[in-house]
Write a protein that binds this ligand. Structure first.
Ligand code: FMN
Length: 167
C-alpha cells in the first residue's frame, strides 16, 4: 500500500512521526484503518499508551521527509524540527495533523493484535480531512501523488488513472 506518516504523542508530550508502508483500510462501518509496527520502534509505546494516532498521507513532494522519518528514530531526533514539516492541532485527538500531507485520518485505538514480529494497531477514524484539490472527482493524480514503497530505497507513484465502466 502507499506509505503513510503516522503521528503520535508519548508520555513526554512530545509528538513523533513514523513512516509506515504497512497500512490498510479494514472496515467502512465503523471506519477502521490498520497499521503494523515492530515493538522496538520508539512510536510503538506511544501508540499503545496514548491509544491515539493520526494517519497522515504524504505525497511525493515530501519524499525526503518521509524517508527521514523512516530512517532516523524519534528516540534521538526531533523529526518535526528536522524535516520542517508543519504540525497543526487535530480536531479529535492529541497527535498533530501534518499540514504538508494530502489527507489525515484521526484515529482512536480500536484494537490491537500480534502478527509474528509486528503488532497491528487498528484505529477507528474519528475525523478525516484532506486537501481539497487532491480529491476532486476521485483521486487527482497530479495533486495526490501518493508514495508507494516498492522495496529498499525505491518508491513509485500512480500513473495513469484507468476508469472502468459500471458492471
Ligand atoms: C518506506 C518505509 C516504510 C516503513 N514501514 C514500516 C512499517 O510498516 N512498520 C514498521 O514497524 N516500520 C516501518 N519502517 C521503519 C520505521 O519507519 C523506522 O524504523 C523509524 O525510524 C521508527 O521510528 P521510531 O523509532 O521513532 O518509532 C519503514 C521505513 C521506511 C523508510
Amino acid at each position: 500500500m502507499y506509505t503513510v506518516l503516522v503521528s503520535c504523542v508519548g508520555k513526554t508530550g512530545k509528538p513523533n512521526l513514523i513512516t509506515l508502508a504497512w497500512a490498510m483500510s479494514t472496515s467502512v462501518n465503523p471506519p477502521l484503518v490498520a497499521i503494523s509496527i515492530a515493538p522496538r520502534r520508539h512510536s510503538y509505546a506511544s501508540i499503545e499508551e496514548a491509544k491515539e494516532f493520526v494517519v497522515n498521507i504524504p505525497s511525493m513532494e515530501i519524499l525526503d521527509a518521509t524517508l527521514f522519518c523512516g530512517r532516523r528514530s524519534g528516540e534521538d531526533h526531533d523529526r518535526l524540527k528536522e524535516t520542517n514539516l508543519t504540525p497543526f492541532p487535530s480536531r479529535k485527538v492529541k497527535p498533530p495533523t501534518i499540514k504538508e500531507c494530502i489527507a489525515h485520518l484521526e484515529c482512536k485505538l480500536h484494537s490491537q493484535f500480534t502478527t509474528g514480529d509486528r503488532t497491528v494497531f487498528v484505529g477507528e477514524i474519528v475525523k478525516a480531512s484532506s486537501v481539497k484539490e487532491a480529491f476532486t472527482d476521485g483521486y487527482n493524480l497530479e495533486k495526490a501523488k501518493m508514495t508507494f514503497h516498492i522495496g529498499g530505497n525505491d518508491f513509485a507513484t500512480l500513473d495513469p488513472k484507468v476508469s472502468t465502466p459500471e458492471l
